[in-house]
Design a protein around this ligand. Structure first.
Ligand code: COA
Length: 254
């Protein structure tokens, strides 16, 4: 079965991370499927809402670290950047249902969703610094904007997890639910949206988001350049090597 499930029902496209044995970490093939799904949702008039979800025990462990080593994104057309631009410019409502850990892009993609529902077991983290990298998905712009600078610095410099209640307090999460109910609740909200006039949904979202879209895309491109360079530098090589060898990284020389 595919690592990304794409299911359409009653106007709602649901994209499900389906790689539980690797904690739903995302390979470049999976980014390509996600990007294709978003593109399909954009062009298919029968799709009115998209939901991105994981499993009740894990949303996503972020980028597949082996893939970072073997197939690092090399251009702005790489699947990961295609997916990120796709969600940043997606005109229809986009909902996320998050239970368990949401690491790296598992958290940063949420800043491009319109509604986020979380299990009370959700653990959000953006450990880019701990991997010798820098933020992506315009998170260096959107996290300070939503959290305030000092809370953003804590999340992005220390990279430690924060939990469902804190995420709701800063406005990243709309509602916290038992983990077994999150996906169903997101579906129910999606169905409500799918029954509304799409033209009004699209126009309302455009009016809320248009002002910052160019800035978001420019920040994503700038982050992408730094990220692409840093993937090949000693700090990231040490962090990825340590992850693969299941040891603590030693950054004393980088
Ligand atoms: N890339 C590749 N493989 C990953 C992965 C990732 N990002 N995250 C987890 N896995 C793999 C593990 O290597 C392990 O594989 P194995 O069974 O072949 O040894 C398997 O998934 C289970 O992971 P494990 O760490 O044992 O699960 P856990 O429940 O103890 O912890 C996480 C879950 C998500 C907290 C932990 O896996 C984690 O921190 N992963 C790395 C997250 C990360 O740094 N992502 C990059 C962000 S940019």
């Amino acid at each position: 079965m595919s690592d990304i499930l794409n299911h359409i029902d009653a106007g709602v496209m649901t994209l499900t991370f389906n790689r539980l044995d690797k904690k739903n970490s995302i390979t470049s093939d999976m980014y390509a499927q996600l990007a294709d799904g978003i593109e399909q949702a954009k062009n298919d008039a029968s799709v009115r809402v998209v939901v991105i979800q994981g499993h009740e025990s894990i949303f996503s462990a972020g980028n597949d670290i082996g893939d970072f080593l073997n197939k690092p994104p090399s251009t702005q057309d790489s699947p990961v950047f295609r997916f990120l631009r796709g969600i940043a410019t997606f005109e229809k409502p986009l909902i996320a249902a998050v239970a368990g850990p949401a690491v790296g892009i598992g958290t940063t993609l949420l800043f491009h969703c319109d509604l986020v529902y979380a299990g009370d077991n959700a653990a959000f983290s953006m450990p880019f610094v701990n991997l010798g990298l820098c933020p992506e998905a315009a998170s260096s712009l959107l996290v300070p904007r939503m959290f305030g600078y000092h809370r953003a610095a804590e999340a992005l410099l220390l990279g430690e997890p924060f939990f469902a209640e804190a995420a709701q307090e800063v406005g990243l999460v709309n509602r916290v639910l038992p983990p077994t109910e999150v996906n169903a609740y997101a579906q129910a909200q999606a169905k409500k949206l799918a029954a509304k006039p799409l033209s009004s949904l699209v126009e309302t979202k455009r009016l809320m988001k248009d002002g910052q879209q160019a800035e978001v895309l420019a920040q994503m491109a700038a982050e992408g350049q730094s990220f692409g360079r840093m993937l090949h530098e000693p700090a990231a090589r040490e962090a990825f090597g340590a992850f693969m060898e299941k040891r603590k990284p030693d950054f004393s020389k980088v």
